[in-house]
Design a protein around this ligand. Sequence first.
Ligand SMILES: O=P(O)(O)OC[C@H]1O[C@H](OP(=O)(O)OP(=O)(O)O)[C@H](O)[C@@H]1O
Ligand code: HPA
Ligand SMILES: [Mg+2]
Length: 178
Amino acid sequence: MGADLEKVLITEEEIHARLDELAAEIWAEYDGKDLLLVGVLKGAVMVMADLSRALPGTAPVDWMAVSSYGSGTKSSGVVRILKDLDTDITGKHVLIVEDIVDSGLTLSWIKSNLESRSPASVEICTLLRKPEAAKVEIDVKWVGFDIPNEFVVGYGLDYAEKFRNLREVGTLAPHVYA
Ligand SMILES: O=P(O)(O)OC[C@H]1O[C@H](OP(=O)(O)OP(=O)(O)O)[C@H](O)[C@@H]1O
Ligand code: HPA
Ligand SMILES: [Mg+2]
């Protein structure tokens, strides 16, 4: 599987060090508040697992599943809810936890969808962001790493459902696409 990578952009150690920093900042913001962590399946599973465990206190976790990419490498811009939250978020401080903000279309749709449910606040934490790929303006409060506009896999991110279980984030070698 490692041989399928062209280059490693972010190592496992760099990811964990950055998530530890973000967890401390996030806890400073939400300590004492009614916080709900919302993960976006499936990509955010690894980020949620490590970020939530790096928090110095406890908070409930819920999940949404939406589809925008299908099996390809380009966002269709069409977002569908495949699984909604189990939680009523009225009055809660919602923190959306994501693996990547690419075009921003998915997150901007999810954020306004959640904002329509009368929460106390909705913010976003993402491990990765591609500033050059942005198609909509979206306010992301916590960003792990800004990365170049290249398709990446690993640490939850897939290509055709594969490579989510890589420990690092990297780009794929051309032979994988062939
Ligand atoms: O900013 P955007 O261009 O909208 O892209 C970002 C979204 O695309 C990916 O999800 P995908 O739809 O591939 O589902 P997955 O998490 O199951 O891989 C990723 O996990 C984000 O949710
Ligand atoms: O670069 C990416 N890789 C994998 N999945 C994605 N979903 C949006 N951008 C990406
Ligand atoms: Mg995907």
